[in-house]
Each structure stands twice: as C-alpha cells, then as structure tokens.
Write a protein that binds this ligand. Sequence first.
Ligand SMILES: [Zn+2]
Length: 359
Amino acid sequence: MSVKRLLASAFLLLLAACSNPLMGAQPTEVIPFDALEQPQTDSEALITPSPQPFQFSLPTPGAEPITNWRPPLYPVPWAVGPYDHFYFTRPIAADQKNWPTADYRYGGIFFGRNIVHTGVDIPSPEGTPIMAAGPGTVVWAGWGLFRETPDDRTDPYGLAVAIRHDFGFNDQQLFTVYAHMSEMNVIVGQHVETGEVIGFVGSTGATTGPHVHFEVRFPSNSFFYTYNPELWIAPPQGWGVLAGRIMNEKGEPLQQMELLVAPENASRTFTARTYGKKGAINSDPYYQENFVLGDLPAGIYKVTFKYDDIRMQTWVEIFPGQVTYFTYKHEEGFTVAPPPAPELDFVPENLPATPTSVP
Ligand SMILES: [Zn+2]
C-alpha cells in the first residue's frame, strides 16, 4: 500500500470514527460469548480430534454470489504489503465457483459448540478437478489424515491429500490440505506444480455434500496448526481482503460476533463472523485477527456490528490485492494501527527438499 493510500485510508477511518455518534456510547456490561458457552476446562483448550468433528450439512447459500463471474486471480506469490502473504492459488479452477462458502468460513461454528472450522469449504460438483495451490511434495494421500491414522475409513476428512510446499513462511514449513475427495490423482512423495490436478471433488468423510475442504497449515502438518486460508489464497484482481480483531474492553477477542460489511453503494451486504473458541484455530502471526472476509471488490465499505445491542460502525477501504485491517476495542473504539513491524523476511524461501513433517 502506498503511503498516500495508507494515509488516505487512515484518515477516512479516523474521520468515520470521529464522526460516529456511537463512539462515545457506554453500553452496559456485556456478557462475553464465552460465558454463554459451556464451561471450558483447561484440557478442552487443547482439544484432541474427536471422532466426528465435521458433522455438518453445507449451509444453504445466503445472499452470496449474484453472478459467478469474478476477475482472474493475482499471480502467486502475491504480497503487496509487508504483512501480506498470498502465496497460494485456489484448489478449484478460476473459471468455476472457487470461493469459500460464506456461512461457514474459517473459525466458524456450525453444529458442535466446541468444533470450529479449521479450513474453508468450496462446494463444487462431484468430480471437479482439485488443483495443487502451490508447488510442493505430496506428504499424505489417502484416508486417515485427520487422526493421522493411515487407511482409517472412518476419518472425517475422507480421502485427503496434504502437500508440503517448496517454499516456507518465516523459516517454517507450509502445508495445504484438500479433503473429501472422490478420487486421488497423486501418491505420497510425488512432486506437484501449482495447478496440477491432485484429485477430484467428492463427499468422502464427514460431509453431506460434495466440496473441497481446504486448509493452510504451518509450521507442522497438524490439525492444530491451521491458519485462515483467506489470508493465503490470492484474491481476484482488483479485489481485496478485510481482516480485523474485535475485542472487549480487556482486549480479549470476542467470539462469534456478526459483522455486516456493506459497500458504499449498498448493492449487497457481506456477513462475517469472528472466530469461535480457540483450540484448533489460530490467528495470523502478524494480523492477530479474529475475522477475515475475503473476495471483496475494491471500494469503500461500511462495517457495522452490535455490541450489547448498540450498533458500532466504521468505514474501511478495500484496496486491490491487499489486506485491509482494523481493530475494535470496546470503550476505546476503532483503530487502523498496523500490527507490529515485521522483523522477518516475508518473501517465500526455498526449503530443503527433505520432508521433516511427514505424518
Ligand atoms: Zn470444511
């Protein structure tokens, strides 16, 4: 982001914050989402994979795409800002619906209270080719990935492939996972290039409809080290991503808070939800976000959400090919202060070809 744009964006946000009549409001005490949930023990904080983590039906599509047409994706790796890392393309071809289900994004909670979504789902017809999101070596191909038990036919991921990528992130190995395949096209040890067909969409494992469940993992190929794929897959050209952190007055991230994101011309409204309970999900090392809304056409958006029945509001600008970031802390309001300056090289690095994390 250019300095000029950054300043313009910051100014816009500050202006919006200053002129927001709700900013001075002091709502009564709020009951954190946590308190509404069942008591959490320490052992639950580090949940172990349960036998049925993904018993969900694909949600009925809401107000999602009016049209299936989107601009072509940015070439990967794509990183305009120092914090951004769009290193991957999407597992479904760009001439098809290749964006995540809006109602069940990363960190979303569907059926189980303690089960959060560790990836994104892209619904596609059975048999649709699934492509490698980046170059790398296949380190898993078959049943059993979720519990890391080869040939376990009860595994909720069904037929799944995991790839250890040729490049890493901050000296850490990067992996992507593709689950619920009907058929695989690769074997363990095989090297694949970006866009190479590694399998086909199916509904194996715990799912009620054909889709690909896609994960980004680092530094190890484990269920507990997933990150939000919407911060890793390149957006369509001219489009961007909104990320943020919504906190209570203590600075603790608020769970499952619904945000409405409406473009200036209000042609439609996007909905985002802050992440559910931590455990198997993680915030980006730099953004420390608790929600991400990908695939937003560049432009000005109004963000609103209710905090203890009082509507909070700010304006953000989405820039092409970039992440726009803001935070909200209760009683302090909105800020666009960037995360701490990165200290490490953000450029993908070539890693040794020796797999060290093969499950
Ligand atoms: Zn999924």
